[in-house]
Write a protein that binds this ligand. Structure first.
Ligand code: HEM
Length: 463
């Protein structure tokens, strides 16, 4: 009798776990992060600064500090190690920012046609009839990352990467993205192996772009590793994963894209709406380098950390903000909307915005012509399921019954995976936050005497 009563209580509790546990875990994780790191920063939009002031404050010239003096930086540096001190996104403008940014710009400066050609070359090897004869259940992130890897390798070195090199890069970038999302711990051996590979390439003279300043081979390798073999690969892959997953969950949008009468602007609207709803940045932070007077009553004190919350900002002022509605962009302009997928021009916006949009457009038109996508998994910004979906060749008929069975399988698997992943994220997140707090990579770096205006040798972030 007692056993039956217990079973009646326990079984529904276990079955309902995926409905309530992941949210509870997220809240728990946030409170652990806050407890360990301390409450930090002025949240924008928030109590003090409204969404209408978001762009103005972000663009303020006294909000230039990037890493020095914020606890959050220790965490970002930890996730990006080795070499955050050579990563354009994290160095201070008074360090060697200008020189480093110039090398990035130089590497990215290929024409639209060259970008399309290079992307198509690698995309066609994977999105091909040979590879997907009828249909396949895939994880979009795993499927797309090799394309981004081959593309950025050739962009940087001007030659194709070997299978062995691709494996090394993929192990590194997968480890960075998985640890950033709390799904894995940092694996420094995988990361250091890529540094060694890049140093070898540089020593052989395989890198043809010019560095305006003298850096050691290690510093050059760490710069390439951070900007091109981490940020570029991870961001490009995630943007494309979101775009295809959102289509997989919205067959009506795929239908409209396939209709030859559809205005080409609709393609743009699908991309804009993807980046609005799934911005790749959660929070970008800046440190005030001077006092900032907002108005008579409000100011930001020098040294304050200001946290710009992209997902929040992208919701304010939009009707049904949580819904994917590409049509909304027919009546609003990106300039006027609360929409900054690539940051703010006046304060270190993304240097690859143009290239990224070309690639997204190319992938959208090519992918949708040849394949259909279908999915029943949850679509969140952190993509813990790595974009699980079915990819279906248009050259073969696909039975509705098989699709329904596969969708039911994906949903059930996602249901339990979400549960498992959220617990892993809680445990790993906690370990990494503590480890980052202990290592204090950014703090220790800025405590060390800097060698004039030159970044000191990259030694602090190997651990
Ligand atoms: C759709 C894809 C991408 C999106 C949505 C995106 C978004 C962003 C955003 C919002 C920022 C500004 C962050 C801030 O204000 O702190 C940024 C900065 C940056 N992004 Fe991207 N990004 C993408 C792809 C790429 C790619 C392919 C690269 C490859 C080079 C790249 C390299 C960078 C760098 C180096 C910065 C730092 C800029 C600086 O501080 O000077 N991004 N990105």
């Amino acid at each position: 009798m007692i056993i039956s009563a217990l079973l009646i209580l326990i079984i529904p509790l276990i079955i309902s776990l995926p409905f309530w546990l992941p949210n509870l875990v997220i809240q728990l994780r946030m409170s652990i992060f806050t407890k360990v790191n301390g409450e930090e920063g002025i949240q924008v939009p928030g109590k003090e600064i409204k969404a209408s002031e978001f762009k103005k404050i972000y663009a303020n010239k006294s909000l230039k500090g990037r890493s020095k003096g914020a606890n959050l930086s220790n965490l970002f540096w930890y996730w990006l190690a080795p070499g955050p001190e050579m990563h354009q996104e994290h160095i201070e403008e008074w360090d060697n920012y200008k020189e480093i940014a110039a090398v990035t710009k130089n590497i990215l400066s290929i024409s639209n046609e060259e970008t399309e050609q290079l992307w198509s070359k690698y995309e066609s090897t994977i999105f091909s009839q040979k590879n997907i004869k009828t249909w396949k259940v895939i994880r979009l992130r795993d499927f797309l990352m090799p394309i981004s890897t081959s593309f950025f390798y050739e962009l940087v070195f001007g030659e194709e990467c070997t299978e062995e090199e691709k494996k090394i890069i993929l192990k590194h970038s997968n480890n960075v993205v998985n640890s950033l999302k709390g799904c894995a711990l940092r694996h420094m051996a995988k990361r250091n192996k890529l540094t060694e590979l890049l140093m070898e390439k540089l020593e052989k003279g395989d890198f043809k772009h010019h560095f305006p300043k003298e850096y050691t081979t290690e510093q050059k390798a760490l710069f390439l590793q951070g900007v091109f073999f981490t940020t570029a690969i991870v961001q490009m892959t995630d943007a494309l994963t979101h775009m295809l997953l959102v289509l997989a969950r919205h067959p009506e949008v795929q239908k409209k894209l396939n209709n030859s009468n559809t205005d080409k602007r609709y393609y743009d609207n699908v991309i804009s709406e993807t980046l609005r709803l799934y911005p790749l940045f959660g929070i970008a932070h800046r440190i005030a380098t001077d006092d900032i007077q907002i108005d008579e009553n409000r100011s930001i004190a020098k040294g304050s950390v200001v946290c710009f919350n992209y997902p929040e900002y992208h919701k304010i002022g939009f009707k049904n903000p949580d819904k994917f509605i590409p049509e909304r962009w027919e009546t609003i302009t990106k300039r006027e909307a609360n929409y900054i997928p690539f940051g703010i021009g006046a304060n270190r916006a993304c240097p690859a915005s143009h290239m990224s949009l070309i690639i997204m457009e190319k992938m959208l038109s090519n992918g949708i012509q040849k394949f259909g996508f279908s999915s029943s998994v949850e679509h969140t910004r952190s993509l813990p399921n790595r974009g699980a979906c079915i990819i279906i060749s248009k050259e073969h008929s696909f039975s509705n019954t098989i699709e329904k069975i596969l969708l039911a399988f994906l949903k059930t698997r996602d249901y339990w995976e979400t549960l498992r992943t959220s617990i892993i994220q809680l445990v790993y997140g906690f370990i990494m936050v503590l480890h980052a707090k202990d290592l204090k990579l950014a703090d220790n770096y800025y405590k060390k005497p800097q060698n004039g205006n030159t970044i000191s040798p990259a030694v602090v972030s190997k651990s």
